[in-house]
Design a binder for this molecule. Sequence first.
Ligand code: AMP
Ligand code: FE
Ligand code: FE
Ligand code: ZN
Length: 283
Amino acid sequence: MTRIDLHTHSLVSDGTDTPTQLVQKAAAEGLDVIALSDHDTFDGLREAKLAGEKAGVEVLGGMEFSTRHNGHSVHLLAYGCDPHDQDLLDELARVRVGRSDRVPAMVAKLTELGMPLTVDDILAVSSGASLGRPHVADAMVAKGYVASRDEAFRDWLYDGGPAYVDRYCTALPDAVDLVHRAHGVTVLAHPWGRGRRDDLPEWFLAELVNENGLDGIEVDHPDHDDETREALRGVAARLGLLATGASDHHGLGKTRNPLGACTTDPQVYAEIVRRIRARGGRP
Ligand code: AMP
Ligand code: FE
Ligand code: FE
Ligand code: ZN
């Protein structure tokens, strides 16, 4: 049985493995295909693909795009994009600037809350390519303020939490269009995870399919319970969307997401690859 995990992170964004380590772990776990999908960057893809050739793991180039809909954060997986597409690169750079620009404000909030931190403390625990709240969490752990990323998010960093600061994200329909123009395939990540069901109702997903040509939705994901997965499978069937499954592995950064925790049907993967080729891209 071919095992395919289409959503993973390296320390280029907020995972904890180098792209090479991630691919080697995937090989050890018996995975045949993984997509590296770091947040808002393609930086790890070259290394991951080289490691994949050595380890016998097929690596699909991916990226998880930070987008916004109705004021809610929505993650969009993009597969097979041309990593040199200038419009897409410009927009991703804008998103990453938004990631870095909020760090001083978060550090100031935490300092005010009795947890002194500096921007350098955050940079010290990150590759610097795509800074996120998990890096702030890691700096808090390093200072002994919290025991884990989970605790940092639960008490301080959650959306709207005491140390939360908003950042720039691309409007969701624009992000879908940008990915398609870069020959990529679009799959909404964990659409109904963590109480997000009302943010993305079926009628809106239908609109994204009809007006922007959204390709698929992640159905099997650790943040979706069984009932949610069945409901999303129904949505995918009704709207003609590809239904994928993946772990959203973050190395040691998320304990509930071991590599291969959820996987994608080989026929669905084949269709993703077919669409990338049909759009003039190279998977
Ligand atoms: P940001 O990219 O700064 O908006 O932070 C969101 C990221 O934090 C997501 O990509 C998740 O991977 C991560 N995250 C969210 N909640 C948690 C948690 N409870 N523990 C660890 N990581 C989390
Ligand atoms: Fe993440
Ligand atoms: Fe995500
Ligand atoms: Zn992710």
